[in-house]
Design a protein around this ligand. Structure first.
Ligand code: ADP
Ligand code: MG
Length: 319
């Protein structure tokens, strides 16, 4: 007989993630109780991932568990917050124990790595979908936002955007790749790494920050709108990984880097005077200078044969 809701919770969602001193009451009561931190502000985020929408329906359970938490930790990273707790709303078509076990282990591994305790949630039956709420801390008044970019600021991105999009395209049979390049691009899609350390290190350095979930150019436009500025993005400076170039070729690699989602890299602006401080963040994760913030609204792509004004959004840019 498949396990019931309460058995699943007891077996797979109790004591998951890191043990934390600030958790007074966790899974098993009607709600969780945590202790506030003096001098800090609470940062909260929620993201839902739906099978067939945010990940292919046949994605391995461990990767789905990882993704459900990773996309939320990425939002905390973009705010410069230190993650602390997660709550999980899990909707399952059936009580498939091996699936739940894989899901829980993917979530647990990532949660431990970032000091996050799973302190509650809800388990229901329905189409496969996972909603996670995360909470974390930021020193009072020091959260990063989308809205602080100023004309003249530098524009930076972490990692190598486009890899995750190419990994998804491989899974969907849209592009082909083999060997190490294939493995790396699949890993980048299936196991996104939230830039939590970088986000916290950017407090006091970045003027604005956003995590790249919907594509770099589109997310840059969101940051610009929130800040009331525009940007020039120098495409020739966009870091593109060797596996991406190998699998997609030069032109498609540029499109993946600019427009594909799922990277969970940080895109941020910083005053030119902070250039050395930003370059020093290389010790955490590679960061690359890719353009600058301008007073006139809109995102302009320059270089690599691309010159297009994106005032009206990135949706129209394809090929
Ligand atoms: P209630 O009916 O009072 O909402 P539930 O039976 O739904 O309580 O949940 C019992 C306990 O298990 C609660 O502490 C709840 O937060 C926790 N819980 C339920 N589902 C999950 C889950 N998927 N992950 C983590 N905790 C869960
Ligand atoms: Mg409930």
């Amino acid at each position: 007989m498949p396990p019931g809701e309460f058995e699943l919770i007891a077996r797979y969602f109790t004591g998951r993630g890191a043990a934390r001193d600030d958790v007074k009451i966790s899974v098993g009561d009607d709600a969780a109780v945590v202790t506030p931190r003096a001098g800090a502000e609470l940062v909260l985020a929620l993201d839902t991932i739906v099978a067939g929408v945010h990940f292919p329906a046949d994605t391995g359970a461990r990767f789905v568990g990882h993704r459900a938490l990773a996309v939320n930790l990425s939002d905390l990273a973009a705010m410069g917050a230190e993650p602390a707790w997660a709550l999980l709303g899990l909707t399952l078509p059936a009580a498939d124990e091996s699936w739940v076990s894989g899901f829980a282990s993917g979530l647990d591994e990532l949660a431990r790595r970032f000091g996050v305790a799973l302190i509650g949630g809800d388990t229901t039956r329905g189409p496969l979908c996972a909603t996670v709420t995360v909470g974390g801390w930021v020193p009072a008044g020091r959260a990063l936002t989308r809205s602080g970019a100023k004309a003249g600021d530098d524009l930076w991105v972490s990692g190598t955007p486009g890899d995750a999009g190419a990994g998804l395209a491989i899974l969907q049979g849209k592009i082909a790749a083999s060997g190490a390049a294939r493995e790396e691009l699949l890993r980048r899609f299936l196991l996104p790494e939230p830039r939590v350390g970088l986000g916290q290190a950017l407090r006091g350095i970045a003027s604005a920050c956003i995590d790249v979930s919907d594509g770099l150019a589109g997310d840059l436009e969101k940051l610009c709108r929130a800040s009331g500025v525009g940007a020039r993005l120098d495409c020739a400076r966009l870091p593109r990984s060797a596996p991406l170039l190998e699998a997609a070729g030069d032109a498609a690699a540029m499109r993946f880097a600019l427009a594909a989602g799922d990277d969970y890299e940080l895109l941020f602006s910083a005053p030119a005077a902070a250039r050395q401080s930003v370059e020093a963040l290389e010790r955490i994760v590679p960061v690359r200078f890719i353009g600058s913030i301008s007073a006139e609204p809109g995102v302009r792509l320059q270089g690599a044969g691309i010159e297009r004004d994106l005032v009206h959004g990135f949706d129209h840019f394809d090929g």
